[in-house]
Design a protein around this ligand. Sequence first.
Ligand SMILES: C[S@@+](CC[C@H](N)C(=O)[O-])C[C@H]1O[C@@H](n2cnc3c(N)ncnc32)[C@H](O)[C@@H]1O
Length: 406
Amino acid sequence: MIVDKLGAKGDGIAYHNGKSLYVPFALAGETILVEPSGERGELKQVVIPSLDRIEPVCSLFQTCGGCSMQHLAPEPYTAWKRDMVVDALASRGLDGTSIGPMITTKVGGRRRAVLSARLMGRRLLFGYHEVKSNRIVDVDKCPLLVPALSNLLPKLAGFLPLFMNKKDEVRVTLLATESGVDVGLEGVKDLYGGPDYLKAVEAAETLDLARLSANGEVLLERRPPLLPMGAAQVSPPPGAFVQADESAEIAMAQRVMDAVGDAKRVIDLFCGSGTFALRLAKKAQVWALEGDEAAVKALERGWRFGTNLKGIKMERRDLFRRPVLAAEMKKFGALVFDPPRIGSKAQAEEIAKSAVPVVVAVSCNPGTLARDLRILVDGGYKLESVTPVDQFLFSPHVECIAVLRK
Ligand SMILES: C[S@@+](CC[C@H](N)C(=O)[O-])C[C@H]1O[C@@H](n2cnc3c(N)ncnc32)[C@H](O)[C@@H]1O
């Protein structure tokens, strides 16, 4: 059969018996052999490949579920991601929006990764899940990760069983920082004070980790894991949100700063550990709000030791239950909001009612972003531009920064 087009998740879509068949790893225009199963098809052979088909950068591609789109040439790949943003905006009647060129990232630039581990008898499986499956594919290197993380994978595998119960799957969050790798384990045994605790400490020493945490509790901090954020350095809480690629973070922060311009008072909603707030504080007084208490504390510490920063008023607040009200936004010259994937409808409704002259919306989900932007546009904001950011290389995820003015 012939593949008609690429879907939003990266599957090739072919028509079979009058229905759409989703075929992972097939490209538009290709003639393929497929084994259909319900609405999905398993790619058996590419009979006539697309001219856009390229060699993947990783030998585990198509087995490991970490990536879905290494086989498409850079230009059509970028167009595919951009189209996701165009389609999401169009679905909310925001067609015609000026969409800037994609901010790209490089292979080997990913500084944060979440992997899984499970014991199968005496054998450890440590890597990413197979596509649409609970099975874990062993990964002993990953070209997408910064070398400090990729090189650590096989060494870490040697120690992981120490922390693991026989059946439970463990979530392993790795973050490469200026002062070494921060490893956070979730779903592991409680080692603190027990006979294996010293072994865990030895493991952290042997691997020269900056910090090792288990189930959110720090087992050992040999050096604070530090990330530069403008004129400050932040030690994020174990497992907390951090932008996955440093070059993407720098480019996004620059766009935020450019849009905010000379505003003297800025609100940063869903501020995390201070990615934008600490940079904005170079020129402006910032009111930074976030739901995670540990992230607010990390921001507070980063700000205290930062150089030449203006004031940041920090507040822990559940912005879904208690969004910042339009009345509280008076006298602010700009507002940045960067909610989780589900977006921030209640908060967008308050911003829409406000008179804040510049709003910058950052989002990793074009669908919920488009919904929230529609609310702002209906409230009188003009959507000036949307810039896609390819922070999650070879995945069907795309980050965006939108600038609005009133
Ligand atoms: C996409 S992250 C952005 C963080 C930050 N702007 C950055 O760039 O590092 C979303 C943030 O929203 C926070 N968050 C999630 N639910 C929240 C809620 N109900 N109220 C306030 N903050 C929340 C998360 O803890 C996380 O820090």
